[in-house]
Design a protein. Structure first.
Length: 255
């Protein structure tokens, strides 16, 4: 009898670990084939577990690459030849701002012959702060705290984060243009909307039907006077948007 119980437990244990293994984004990344470009390759991994994902890319990719890895302060990343930033989560920090600036600076120098591989996972919104011109990191910290305290769903919070940023809401992808972008996403968002992960630095999301003022009132969001003025000015200027260009070669969900 005991022998049968032990065998059943072993079977259940095997099923559990095999299921976990199948869901591991690293395993899926290891199976991908990314061909080196004619030019240079720039790699960036941002979010929880970004160190493991960066290692998987480095071991699999056949070409040369430079890059940046941005991880939470409580995580580690092996020396892979990439520059590593440890930033805070869920409240943004100075290290995160430095990482954002360097990331934008590097991708802005890429050309159509190069390749930008961007891996993003949960936590990236706070790890990549980059407030609009005229605002400080402290302003973005205040915004983030207000959003977290509001109880708004992630889709609404990231709507505000995308507007109040020089890197989120597709702006990183725009900075890389005309360089082709491969985005690899580890999605932890309910409904599996990958454009919401990290507030979508390489994705455009249509927020034209979202009423800023209505959501501020509904969720009783308390913003600093200057931040509130920034958002209210957006409600007055909702005309046709300028053409946005991202050379999105491929988007792959890793989990």
């Amino acid at each position: 009898m005991q022998k049968n119980i032990d065998q059943d437990l072993k079977i259940l244990e095997d099923i559990f670990y095999k299921t976990v293994d199948l869901a591991d984004p690293v395993k899926k990344l290891e199976k991908l084939k990314i061909d080196p470009p004619k030019g240079k390759t720039f790699f960036a991994a941002v979010g929880k577990g970004a160190g493991r994902l960066a290692k998987a890319f480095r071991l699999k990719f056949q070409g040369k690459s430079k890059g940046i890895v941005v991880i939470p302060e409580n995580e580690d990343c092996e020396d892979l030849g990439f520059k590593v930033y440890k930033a805070s989560h869920p409240v943004p920090s100075k290290n995160g701002l430095l990482a954002s600036r360097e990331l934008v600076r590097n991708v802005s120098a890429l050309t159509g012959k190069d390749l930008f591989v961007f891996v993003i996972s949960g936590g990236a919104s706070s790890l990549l702060p980059y407030p609009p011109e005229g605002f400080s990191l402290e302003d973005e910290v205040k915004l983030n705290r207000s959003l977290l305290e509001s109880g708004a769903p992630i889709s609404i919070m990231n709507f505000f984060r995308s507007h109040f940023s020089q890197i989120k809401g597709g702006k990183l992808g725009m900075a890389a243009f005309p360089c082709p972008v491969i985005t690899l996403v580890v999605c932890d968002i309910p409904g599996d909307d990958i454009s919401l992960v990290g507030s979508g630095p390489t994705f455009f999301r249509d927020y034209s039907d979202v009423d800023l003022k209505k959501n501020i009132d509904f969720y009783e969001m308390i913003f600093d006077k200057n931040i509130l003025g920034f958002f209210l000015s957006k409600t007055k200027d909702r005309g046709p948007e300028k053409t946005k260009k991202i050379n999105a070669r491929e988007t792959i969900t890793l989990s």
